[in-house]
Design a protein around this ligand. Sequence first.
Ligand code: ADP
Length: 470
Amino acid sequence: MQNTSFRQEAYINGAWETSTKTFPVTNPASGQVLAQVPDLGTEAFEKAVQAAQAAFKPWAALLPKERGAYLKKWSALIAENAESLAQLLTSEQGKPIEESRNEVNGAAGTVEWFAEEARRNYGEIVPPPRENLRLEVQYVPLGVVAAITPWNFPVSMVTRKVAPAIAAGCTVVLKPSEETPLCALALASLAEKAGIPKGVVNVVTAGAAGAAAFGQLMCSHTLVRKISFTGSTAVGRILMQQAGAQIKKVGLELGGNAPFIIFASADLEKAVEGLIANKFRNAGQTCICANRIFVEKGAEGKIIKLLEEKLKEANIGPLINKEAKEKVEELLADSQKHGAKAVTVSRNNGEGLYCNPVILTGVPVQARIFREEIFGPVAPIYSFESEDEVIVAANDTEYGLAAYIYSGDLAQGQRIMAGLDYGMVGFNQVPLAYEGVPFGGMKQSGIGREGGHWGMKEFMEIKYLAIETR
Ligand code: ADP
């Protein structure tokens, strides 16, 4: 493979490590094997934790602007290598190249943002209750952070965790998804080129069985001070239970079941464009993509017609693997068994891991698809008649990540926004993830936020000092 960002070794304590045991990384669009990556186990994970611990004190002792300078270099290198990173991302993950370019540019922006934020780690002084007393609040880095990332955003999920963690003064042991480790390794290689000292960023790789072993070791390791995880709610629950034994801090970005609410008063054309950009991005494999589309009675016909028309033009990649495609087919079959009607927009004949987009109507709420994350290009439409009804239906889920509203009436939008139990709400537009905002969910969608100053504080402890000044 010619890609200049390509690495197929793990990165531990500033050294590139191979292993006799490997697992393959394949291109979901073609099935071609792209790389054989080390299938590491406990010994290598332990080595990475020790390296991160050894690097922690000197890294945390740097001036914030010195840490920021390393991050700036890393960001500049990501930007310089954006095209090769985007190509690598598309080849191991399958999303269309324009989406990969956006993701890589966003990641460079995130690293740059936290490079700057390193210097703005202000403390606070609390007014004292008596004379000669100073009450000081500092924010200090946690220590070694274990990060576990998913395959749907193999670049941005890494930078969203690693950049704030190391800007705060922490060090990191990262295990990327076994489906997409190449982007994480490429980012580690750029971190090395940026001169980030050895042990500050470690990337270990492991296959599916090793993933559970990694989680177990990190949760039970006394040197690991936080588990930062993005992935399914099922795995998040396991990690939280395991972390409980040591009251270890967890940051969890989990599943979603996003409502996408369209009122008849909305600009329907714009609503459908937003819906396609949101629902079909990454072939529907994002935790913030519309999972339940609520359309006000009377507007359904126009929405479905527009959706069918515009979907013919949409660029949709393959799903990540066979299990993902089977899950989508299973949800579709279950909906149809419950009486839903499916309109398939034929574009790619559904070959290999590709799925033709499907619009579902007449789905009863008893169907699994109302409760479960679809993670595929299927758009179930539900109709509603009143504001109260749609708020209740939208909140009728264990999740609370992202929600979207399209309405021609701002006051109505505000009433709905106030009623939704979601961490993030888009009104008359869909993008939500920017480096400066708090990304995260309520209820079983997770704990904590990533991005912005909130995202950096997640990697810091509060230390309070009561000082006699006499
Ligand atoms: P998805 O459904 O998006 O694949 P997963 O939650 O299965 O999400 O995977 C997200 C990340 O969690 C991946 O890096 C995967 O290797 C890892 N993982 C899977 N199972 C476990 C586990 N039991 N403990 C720790 N990490 C795990």
